[in-house]
Design a protein around this ligand. Sequence first.
Ligand code: NAG
Ligand code: NAG
Ligand code: NAG
Ligand code: NAG
Length: 210
Amino acid sequence: MSILQITLIVCMFATDRSLNVMTVYPCGPNDTCTCTYEKQERITMDCEGRGNLKLSEICVFIENVTSLKAGRNNFGNLTALHLKGCENLIEIYFNFNQIAHIEPTTFQDFRHLHLLDLSRNLLQVYSKGWDASFLPKNLHTLKINGNPIPDNANFPNLDSHDNLNKLTSDGVSNTAFNLSRIASLSLSGLNLETQCYLINLKGSFHALVN
Ligand SMILES: *[C@@H]1O[C@H](CO)[C@@H](O)[C@H](O)[C@H]1NC(C)=O
Ligand SMILES: *[C@@H]1O[C@H](CO)[C@@H](O)[C@H](O)[C@H]1NC(C)=O
Ligand SMILES: *[C@@H]1O[C@H](CO)[C@@H](O)[C@H](O)[C@H]1NC(C)=O
Ligand SMILES: *[C@@H]1O[C@H](CO)[C@@H](O)[C@H](O)[C@H]1NC(C)=O
């Protein structure tokens, strides 16, 4: 009796595992990217560092992809035209792409974008008056670390982004910023790399000094 029970449990595990199996297949322009299918709601296209790929070409092949990893491709400045076809993405990783400017309308048709990685680009995010209004309103996670830090750096004003609760940023010295909604903050460029969970913290927070 107990042997039978154990066998049944093992079978259940085996069935479970076979249901969770991931499928990996070539995709994108000329099959130069790699797609990973976990389930219908989670399909990742990895086009990292593919050299000559254009963003507009990648977006033609997006179909049901939910997450696009396209760091290290030298895309340069972004406009809505470059991203035509990518509007249903939930996650975008555009780290290390020489992006200095993002047109205000670039993400206007993005309804589901929850994560945007703009780290290690040339964006003026820490300059006074930087306009974050191009960021989609439903963004939950934003990564902006590794962009240029000018003298007199300011922490970007993200007050109008109600859903933003996870931020990865460089630490900006001597700057106060309003963290009332940020549940998870990661500041790089500090002596001590920290991941702070500030779920119960309300009001403003003085950034640690470099
Ligand atoms: C695929 O590769 C061919 C030959 O290298 C090239 O002419 C064509 O533009 C590529 N197509 C795409 C979508 O990149
Ligand atoms: C995309 O999703 C739709 C709706 O879930 C499905 O019918 C279709 O087969 C999917 N296409 C691909 C290429 O996965
Ligand atoms: C990208 O934007 C920056 C800043 O607005 C500008 O100086 C640069 O000329 C733009 N680059 C291209 C290739 O358009
Ligand atoms: C911080 O943001 C919250 C929510 O937007 C706002 O109610 C509060 O007044 C702000 N605090 C400061 C010090 O700006």
